[in-house]
Design a protein around this ligand. Sequence first.
Ligand SMILES: NC(=O)c1ccc[n+]([C@@H]2O[C@H](COP(=O)([O-])OP(=O)(O)OC[C@H]3O[C@@H](n4cnc5c(N)ncnc54)[C@H](O)[C@@H]3O)[C@@H](O)[C@H]2O)c1
Length: 246
Amino acid sequence: MRFAGKSALVTGAASGIGRAAAELLAREGASRLLLVDRDADRLGKLELDCAVQALSGDVADPELWHAADLGEIDHAVINAGVAGAGLIADLDFAEWRRILSVNLDGAFLSLQAALRAVRDGGSIVTVASAAGLKPEPGIAAYGASKAGLIQLTKIAAKEFAKRRVRVNAIAPGGVETPVWDAVPMFADRAREIGRDAAFAELAAMATPLGRYAAAEEIAEQIAFLLSDQAATITGSVLLSDGGYTL
Ligand SMILES: NC(=O)c1ccc[n+]([C@@H]2O[C@H](COP(=O)([O-])OP(=O)(O)OC[C@H]3O[C@@H](n4cnc5c(N)ncnc54)[C@H](O)[C@@H]3O)[C@@H](O)[C@H]2O)c1
C-alpha cells in the first residue's frame, strides 16, 4: 500500500490517464481524493474505495480554485488537458487560446492550488507530453503548452525543494485514451478499421516500440514519481514514449 492514509488532488480525473491514476491511488490505500473534471457526469460515476470530494468545473477558471477547499494534501496529479492540431500559419487565435487556456493556464492554477495545500515532503506530478520536447509540424499550440508546463514544473521543483516537496513531469508519447476520439484523422480511421487497429497503425508510424501505452501504465509511472521510491527525483521529466523522440 504505497499511498496508505494519503490524500491527493487529481485533475482531469473522469477519463483516461487521470481516471487510471485516481483508481490506482485508491487501490494503493489513499484515504481521501479530491477529483476535478469539467465532465460532471463521468466524474460522478467513478466508484472508488476511499473518501472522494468531486469538483466539477474548468481547471482554467480561477473561481473554481477560489471556491475549492483542498485541505492539506500529500500528492497531486496535474493532468487535465486537451489536444488540438493545426499549422501555425493556419491556426485560429481562438484555437491557440483554447489549448493554452486548459493546458497551461489550467495547469498553472491547479499547480498553484496544489502547492498552497501540499504538506512538507509531499510530491506532485504534472502530465506533459513528448510533444513538449519534440517539434513536429501541426502541434504548435499543444507542443508549446506542454513545453511551458515542463518549465513550470521545473521551476516549482526549485521553489519548493526547501520544503522537501518534489515536483516532476511525465511526458507520454501516444496513450490509448478517449482524447484521440476527438482527433478527426484518428476517429475516421477508427471507424474504418476499428479502434485497436487504428492505434496500432498510428504507433507503427513513429514509435519504435510499435505500440502506444495504456492509461494504466502511465498511471503506474506517475505513482512511481509520487512515491518514496522516487525520493531523490525532482524537477525531472520522465519520458514514456516508446522511443518516439529518438
Ligand atoms: N492520450 C495521449 O496520447 C497523451 C499523450 C501525451 C500526453 N497526454 C496528456 O495526458 C493528459 C490526460 O489526457 P488523456 O489522454 O487521459 O485524455 P482524456 O480526454 O481521456 O482525459 C482528459 C480529462 O481531462 C478533462 N478536462 C479537459 N479539459 C478540462 C478542463 N478545462 N477542466 C477540467 N477538466 C478538463 C476531460 O473532461 C477528461 O476527463 C492530458 O494533459 C494530455 O495532454 C495524453
